[in-house]
Design a protein around this ligand. Structure first.
Ligand code: SF4
Length: 408
């Protein structure tokens, strides 16, 4: 099989892994090719808003595992292909030189065994870093069950690693991916966390200490393949951030590719809106001091799809609102729909000089059409009706589209 045919198969199979994004690492070019210092590599958007291209490919799709949700599972009758390490290293460099890509996201199916696959990944990394002196961004997926020493070697050569947890509970993982288990995945995450901290600490004392996974680690969870609700998913997400210091947890709406009694029907659609709400909640966990148990609980085990999680929380807690904008703390301001981290700081700074009125809120970057229902400014409620959560909910619900109205 020629390399382009392999690329066609293996790049197509890699599209289901979403756990790659900018990490803004500072790997310097020491005289070779490529440079991750300026960019941070991402297949979507970098921190400064630019779109970054990344060669996202599998080393092999010839898998010995049989995960129900995966197109590359052993029992599927699909074309199989595997790159040699040199083929993939050459391809990456050629694409880089042609300016098609700025980095590599390298994942793989489990070819023969986890250790065999991880060895091949290390060969690709060694060729790129040592022989071709490629200093661009490289994100590597840890093969579940690989030997810790191999994970350690790969971590010395790449910028970011991800251990994909795939499912939020051991029960779901056992059901859908019987060869994987959470304790094994957690052990790899713990190893990465410990090593990252160790090397960081060493670098404080010894400047020449090499970097180990400088962009940190991330993971991916598939949403909608199992019966797990958002409460379970967000609790697991919160625990992952707390226990393993992850940079990101990515959510991937399940795309029905296999017929299986444990999976949604082939005709079902990927739950993209649910995925979007989970990303919004993830943002609230990381930057807005929310806890998973505040966003979802036993009575509301799934996030509302019609309203964003922060507004839904605010409407369920009328006891917090309306909030006086000139007296609220930073943490309280963050809880107001329409106020973000930057606008909260602007409010804090501005009111040191002068008490803030409703008109000034818009100039401070607040999304006034949402915030107006939840605040008072100098004791005046700016909303166009008395504070009433049920009425506010009706106003905040998305308006029916033209097509829906026509059908109605
Ligand atoms: S290990 Fe599972 S998810 Fe990964 S490629 Fe193999 S079958 Fe797919």
């Amino acid at each position: 099989m020629d390399v382009l045919t392999k690329l066609d198969i293996l790049a197509g199979a890699a599209k289901f892994d979403v756990s790659c994004s900018s990490s803004g690492v500072a790997r310097k070019n020491q005289g070779g090719t490529g440079n991750a210092k300026l960019f941070g590599i991402c297949h979507t958007w970098s921190a400064d808003g630019r779109c970054i291209s990344l060669l996202k490919v599998l080393l092999s799709n010839d898998c010995v595992y049989d995960c129900c949700y995966c197109v590359s599972r052993r029992s599927n009758n699909i074309p199989r292909a595997s790159f040699t390490s040199r083929e993939l290293a050459d391809l990456t460099l050629q694409f880089y030189r042609r300016n098609y890509i700025e980095g590599l996201f390298l994942s793989s199916a489990v070819e023969k065994s986890p250790d065999h696959t991880m060895e091949k990944i290390i060969q690709v990394l060694t060729l790129l870093r040592k022989e071709y002196e490629f200093h661009g961004y490289i994100h590597v997926k840890v093969i579940p069950g690989a030997d810790p020493s191999l994970i350690n070697r790969a971590g010395m050569l790449c910028d970011r690693m991800s251990v994909n947890i795939e499912q939020p509970t051991e029960h779901s993982l056992r059901l859908l991916a019987p060869q994987k288990s959470l304790p094994i995945l957690y052990a790899s995450m713990q190893q990465l966390k410990d090593q990252i901290l160790l090397y960081k600490d060493d670098r404080r004392h010894f400047h020449r200490t090499p970097r180990f996974v400088p962009g940190g680690q991330s993971t991916q969870m598939i949403v909608g393949a199992s019966q797990d609700n958002d409460l379970t998913i967000l609790h697991t997400t919160q625990a992952l951030y707390k226990n393993f210091g992850l940079k990101r947890v990515y959510f991937s709406a399940y795309v029905p590719v296999n017929q299986d009694s444990n999976l949604p029907a082939l005709t079902s659609v990927p739950p993209l809106l649910r995925e979007h709400r989970l990303y919004q909640s993830d943002w609230l966990l990381r930057f807005y001091h929310f806890k998973a148990e505040e966003l979802v609980d036993a009575n509301h085990a799934n996030l509302e799809t019609e309203i964003d999680p922060k507004s839904a929380w605010a409407l369920r807690h009328p006891e917090y609102f309306p909030l006086e904008i000139n007296r609220a703390s930073y943490e309280e301001l963050l809880r107001v729909p329409g106020i973000g981290t930057k606008s909260a700081w602007r409010i804090i700074n501005q009111r040191r000089v002068v008490a803030i009125s409703a008109d000034q809120l818009k100039k401070l970057g607040v999304v006034f059409k949402r915030a107006q229902y939840f605040v008072t400014c100098k004791g005046i409620y700016p909303g166009n009706m008395p504070y009433n959560p049920a009425a506010i909910r009706r106003l905040m619900l998305p308006k029916p589209s033209f097509t829906q109205m026509s059908l109605f």
